[in-house]
Design a protein around this ligand. Structure first.
Ligand code: PLP
Length: 546
């Protein structure tokens, strides 16, 4: 590939070469363009197209000008110049924040599975290893949610009127152009983020909580149980249960319960009962405490307790705020809204970045763009950022495993560190989960996604840089996505590429001040599990032979 050493706009660059070589047709493909010219005996020549700044033109620049990948190019340079000028005018108009109107918001959720080339392996009964049907799941989850969980074919689900009305209390969420961060990084990249922290729970979790509480009420249930780690999910579900008129018991991971008394207070204000987990209110909790009396708990333990509690009452069901297909479905609203807003701005991400705990926000944000990729319409990259202390994607095994520590849930095929894996203390409580969404696991396994692991001190450096420039205090979980987006933007600085980066700012960090205090006082440390430590978790993965 020949790189043109020119500094004029890439169109000028093309124009000059076109004139010299008698070029007839240009085909753009990624960052390169090919042309056929008489000078080369009709052979195709390839080169990298440069922008005015001397960087490499992005795929979008080329594709938008080439209208579908190719254009005829004789001596119509002036037309292209006009096009370029118009585009620059449009770019100048991109607002700092973009809100859709209520009328423009999506009326349906998108089920990514309907477009996946291959489905992920089904949930299995841990006793018989038989695949589970929707009916098999009815004792645990409410019926509509079970049906959605196993649905591989329905591409779009109507958002019920009641949920749409509720969404209006906090949606649409803004799409923000991070101009200040771009400036601070001195990057040619265009950075956008979708801000989901604009509600009392302070996170994206309310998108799923609303739907789950709505369907539970519709089924005539009176109460729900759940677990919460950092507290955002528990808060979101407390809010939704208060609105739809359901009782709620939340098993809160003990370390978070102790570190975040204000989270507990908010949940109680919305009427929920909060129990630190592991507890003596369930058999599984008692067993975990007997084995390890000083444990600070984990999401896996809290899930076991909440499931056991829900099974004891026929008017009660369990709900999970991440990992499951139904949760990714509800979170697709994030990606659908982002796409409508970006389309209006004539923007399209080259890379989509999200933090990954159980995978719900990233699965939701990337959904509409992954659809394009699955249908061969785009080549966007998708990047999951996880904590180095709990590296499910980057160091985990792709295997059938329990979703909880007490081993009472179905088996899911996913990237896992083993259901007994206890991540070291880490301030991103919402990312301390041993497993990962089966949908994301499958996409990652099949090469549609990438993942990186970040150390928490680096993540907090990114959080503080972001806060100072964008004036929003991010949740530690969200700061992982910020870290990933910054890495991508810095790569653009290095290469001169003007890529479009979209990341999910899933929540705010006002309840995470102990973490920020530790960081500010230089007391934060990084724990990266050794291979031996990980092996202990892997040893607990059941042998299913699949
Ligand atoms: C603010 C925030 N972001 C991200 C996450 C991670 O969850 P998921 O991977 O399901 O999006 C959590 C989980 O609690 C969270 O509270």
């Amino acid at each position: 590939m020949v790189r043109l050493q020119r500094t004029q706009t890439f169109l000028n660059g093309l124009g000059r070469v076109a004139a010299k070589s008698g070029m007839r047709r240009v085909v753009a493909d990624g960052n390169s363009a090919r042309y056929q010219g008489s000078m080369h005996g009709g052979a195709w020549k390839e080169w990298v197209v440069l922008t005015k700044q001397g960087g490499i033109a992005g795929e979008r620049d080329l594709l938008s000008l080439c209208r579908g990948g190719s254009f005829l190019f004789y001596k119509h340079n002036f037309k292209i110049h006009a096009c370029m000028r118009e585009r620059r005018k449009k770019m100048a108009k991109i607002p700092y924040k973009m809100y859709l109107t209520e009328q423009e918001t999506p009326r349906q959720w998108y089920n990514l599975r309907a477009d996946m080339k291959e489905q992920h392996a089904p949930l299995l009964n841990p006793g018989t290893l038989a695949p589970l049907s929707a009916e098999d799941l009815y004792p645990v989850f409410c019926e509509k949610l079970c049906q959605m969980e196993v649905d591989e074919t329905t591409r779009y689900f109507d958002i019920p009127e009641g949920v749409q009305e509720y969404y209006k209390t906090f949606r649409p969420s803004p799409l923000v152009r991070a101009y200040n961060l771009e400036k601070a990084l001195d990057t040619p990249a265009k950075i956008y983020f979708k801000f989901e922290g604009n509600n009392t729970s302070g996170s994206h979790k309310l998108n799923a909580a609303a739907a789950m509480a709505y369907y539970a009420k519709e089924q005539g249930l009176t109460s729900l149980t759940t677990e919460t780690g950092a507290g955002q999910w528990g808060t979101a579900l407390s809010m939704a249960c208060a609105f739809f008129g359901l009782d709620l018991t939340v098993y809160m991971v003990k370390v978070s319960f102790e570190q975040k008394p204000f989270r507990k207070a908010v949940m109680e204000t919305f009427g929920a009962s909060i129990i630190p987990s592991p507890s003596t209110t369930t058999e599984v909790g008692k067993a975990i405490l007997a084995k390890n009396p000083n444990t600070g708990g984990s999401l896996g333990c809290a899930i076991s307790e909440a499931v056991e509690r829900s099974m004891a009452d026929e008017n009660c069901r369990y709900v999970l705020g991440s990992v499951l297909n139904q949760v990714l479905l509800f979170q697709s609203i994030i990606g659908l809204e982002s796409k409508i807003a970006m389309d209006k701005l004539e923007e399209y991400p080259d890379v989509v970045v999200g933090c990954a705990g159980g995978g719900s926000n990233l699965g939701g944000l990337m959904s509409a763009y992954m659809q394009d990729k699955l249908l061969g319409k785009s080549n966007t990259r998708f990047l999951a950022v996880e904590p180095a202390s709990c590296p499910s994607f980057t160091r985990g095994k792709y295997a059938y495993d329990f979703c909880d520590t007490g081993r009472i849930t179905p088996l899911a095929k996913m990237y896992t560190l083993g259901s007994d894996f206890m991540p070291s203390a880490n301030h991103a409580g919402g990312l301390r989960y041993h497993g990962m969404s089966p949908i994301l696991s499958k996409l990652y396994h099949d090469g549609y996604m990438e993942a990186i692991a970040a150390e928490q001190t680096k993540v907090f450096e990114a959080a503080v840089l972001f806060a100072k420039n964008e004036q929003l205090l991010p949740a530690p979980e969200s700061a992982h996505a910020i870290y990933g987006a910054i890495q991508e933007a810095l790569k653009c600085k290095e290469s001169g590429e003007s890529k479009t980066i979209l990341f999910g700012l899933t929540g705010t960090g006002y309840f995470d001040m102990q973490a920020y205090m530790n960081f500010n006082e230089g007391k934060m440390s990084d724990h990266i599990p050794t291979d031996e430590e990980l092996q202990k978790g892997f040893d607990t993965i059941p042998h299913t032979g699949r």
